[in-house]
Design a protein around this ligand. Structure first.
Ligand code: PLP
Length: 338
């Protein structure tokens, strides 16, 4: 939570009923205490407070599940102390992440040669994945416009009004106009025809959702692709598609393998998927994969060299923990879909 509330007279100190054998004076709630307290007391106080949270196993509201196989818990605990940004120090963790990215790219039918590796990255969830994908589209569009000597200060993105809030966040944080296709009575996802009508020379991409947050419905990515191909031919534009497969990416390939929504469609240039929306996976993992290397502009990749060898990264944060979850989550996701 970014914003905290101010202290009222009644709650300026923390209740330490069960730790009172260690703590004789009350502890301030919103300021650092003058003196340290024994670690046992700190544990007791925090643990007692946390008991007032809800029970995660009974929480269906965020459709992110809250139980993992005990083997996954063990893998997570065994790697919780690794700072994954240091790829040189943790090459095996890096390798596991890369395997996940490749598995997902193949699952989504990326056009990769036998020996070609996929382009993608593990993220905190679909929101971070979408920020990265959106940035790649914005930068690619700007580069093209700049090269053509055209203005590149008014980028827009076309989505349905049913998009998850992370798309609004992307638009606001990264200064891209969000052009939303309105929903109508009885039709609660983006209408591809209307979306394509709204596209113009400043459109960085059209974002389609596979698994609308509101009702789980898949948008018609194939129709969107075909209409865009026509529009691009008529106008000379080259508008790409991003598929937000946060909650459909690990369902469609297994339940509807014939459904064309992924890299089988030529205009689909990137796809995000959450790991934590399918059961048996704790919150905190997602991925974004790109169709080709050319779809991720080079200048967005940072080359960090002060930790050892050259380490290319494309993420919003630097330090990052607990990543054997990339591995355990893949186990869980595949278990789920057997
Ligand atoms: C369609 C869609 N996109 C993106 C997100 C954001 O995903 P995450 O919670 O993994 O950041 C959600 C979350 O509900 C979603 O339903």
């Amino acid at each position: 939570m970014v914003l905290s509330h101010a202290a009222s007279d009644s709650d300026v100190s923390v209740h330490s009923t069960f730790a009172s054998r260690y703590v004789r004076t009350s502890l301030p709630r919103f300021r650092m205490p003058e003196n340290s307290i024994p670690k046992e007391a700190a544990y007791q106080i925090i643990n007692d407070e946390l008991m007032l949270d809800g029970n995660p196993r009974l929480n269906l509201a965020s459709f992110v599940t809250t139980w993992m196989e005990p083997e996954c818990d063990k893998l997570i605990m065994a790697s919780i102390n690794k700072n994954y940004v240091d790829m040189d120090e943790y090459p095996v963790t890096t390798e596991l992440q890369n395997r996940c990215v490749n598995m997902i790219a193949h699952l989504f039918n990326a056009p990769l040669g036998e020996t070609e590796t996929a382009v993608g990255v593990g993220t905190v969830g679909s929101s971070e994945a979408i920020m990265l994908a959106g940035l790649a589209f914005k930068r690619k569009w700007q580069n093209k416009r700049r090269a053509e000597g055209k203005p590149f200060d008014k980028p827009n993105i076309v989505t349905g009004a049913n998009v998850q809030v992370c798309w609004e966040k992307f638009a606001r944080y990264f200064e891209v106009e969000l052009k939303e296709v309105k929903l109508r009575e009885g039709y609660y996802v983006m209408d591809p025809e209307q979306a394509v009508e709204m596209v113009d020379e400043n459109t960085i991409c059209v974002a389609a959702i596979l698994g609308s947050t509101l009702n789980g419905e898949f948008e018609d990515v194939k129709l969107l692709n075909d209409l865009l191909v026509l529009k691009n031919k008529e106008t000379g534009l080259d508008i790409p598609i991003h598929v937000d497969a946060a909650s459909g990416g690990f369902i469609a390939p297994f339940l509807y393998p014939e459904l064309e929504w992924d890299f089988r469609l030529p205009q689909v240039k990137s796809i995000n998927v959450s790991g934590h929306k399918y059961g048996l996976v704790y919150a905190g993992i997602g991925w974004v994969v790109w169709r080709n290397k050319e779809d991720l502009p080079d200048e967005l990749i940072f080359h960090i060299n002060y930790l050892g060898a050259d380490q290319p990264t494309f993420t919003l944060n630097f330090s990052k923990g607990n990543v054997l979850r990339h591995f355990s989550i893949t186990i869980s996701s595949s278990l789920q879909n057997l």
